[in-house]
Design a protein around this ligand. Structure first.
Ligand SMILES: Nc1ncnc2c1ncn2[C@@H]1O[C@H](COP(=O)(O)OP(=O)(O)OP(=O)(O)O)[C@@H](O)[C@H]1O
Ligand SMILES: [Mg+2]
Length: 257
């Protein structure tokens, strides 16, 4: 029992078949995955192996075809769309390759918008304070009034992280959060995500980049919709970054990456 309580997200025999294609395409083929509270898990695999689909189905952005997804013991597959939206808004955070910000709002207002939606009116002031503190912490407070085309890619992605954290999620999902960034900005964003993880947030991230993946506690490998292997890496440190990445690369090569 004690072990179960440490699992925050659990999926059992998850499948996803897209029926919009002819014939239907089964993209996720019976995935079992347990993610422990506070764990940082990376999903890797070739392009088209189903990483984004897995992330969307695990986070309730899309509906799995069969199987179970539990967050904190609650079966998400049993929820109505409305209940699921509420769970996403209040317990999950999302960071994508593109930030999906509204062009007509400032950086700060983009971050505030979902944060304000997630809380009752009486908690609005504290939500605003939380957003301002997050922006300070991730070094973007000074560009809060800028339009979203007036900041760098790294700043924008750190703004996405602030937006994702503003609702104090128990779990943060990230799909190639550094996919559109140069290497300096990638490091900026990965440092931010590493901090988020160290402060106790569970993180599930998809990436193609072994240097980013090496930050995780555990890497799982998806091939053709099935989880075929996983690697425990343990806690990340700057000093061990290079040997960790080498070790991870050697493992990835055995998988044909
Ligand atoms: N809505 C959809 N309808 C039909 N097929 C889809 C749909 N979405 C994804 N697929 C197919 O599912 C497979 C997996 O796609 P997915 O986007 O999950 O891959 P991925 O591992 O994230 O790839 P990448 O690394 O390129 O982002 C692909 O073959 C894709 O064409
Ligand atoms: Mg993808």
């Amino acid at each position: 029992m004690a072990r179960d309580t440490a699992v925050t997200l659990e999926c059992r025999d998850l499948t996803k078949t897209f029926t919009s294609t002819d014939p239907p395409t089964q993209v996720i083929k019976g995935v079992d995955l347990s993610i422990r509270t506070g764990e940082f898990v990376v999903v890797m695999g070739a392009s088209g192996s189903g990483k984004s689909t897995l992330l969307y189905n695990v986070s309730g952005m899309d509906r799995a075809t069969s199987g179970e997804v539990r967050l904190g013991g609650q079966d998400l597959t049993a929820l109505s769309d409305e209940e699921m939206s509420r769970v996403r808004l209040t317990r999950m955070g999302f960071v994508f390759q593109q930030a999906y910000f509204l062009n007509n709002l400032s950086v700060r207002d983009n971050i505030l918008l979902p944060a304000l939606k997630a809380v009752p009116r009486r908690e609005r002031e504290s939500a605003v304070a939380r957003v301002d503190a997050l922006m300070e912490r991730f070094g973007i407070a000074h560009v809060g009034r800028h339009g979203i085309t007036q900041v760098s890619g790294g700043q924008l992605q750190r703004a996405s992280i602030c937006r994702a954290l503003a609702g104090e999620p128990t779990i943060l999902f990230a799909d190639e959060p550094t996919g559109a960034l140069n290497s300096g900005m990638t490091t900026e964003v990965m440092d931010a995500l590493t901090d988020v993880h160290r402060e106790g947030t569970t993180v599930v991230m998809v990436t193609h980049d072994p240097a980013c993946a090496a930050r995780a506690d555990r890497v799982v490998y998806l091939r053709d919709g099935a989880l075929v292997d996983s690697r425990e890496l343990g806690a990340w440190s700057h000093e061990e970054a290079t040997p960790r990445e080498d070790d991870l690369l050697a493992w990835l090569r055995t998988l044909g990456f």
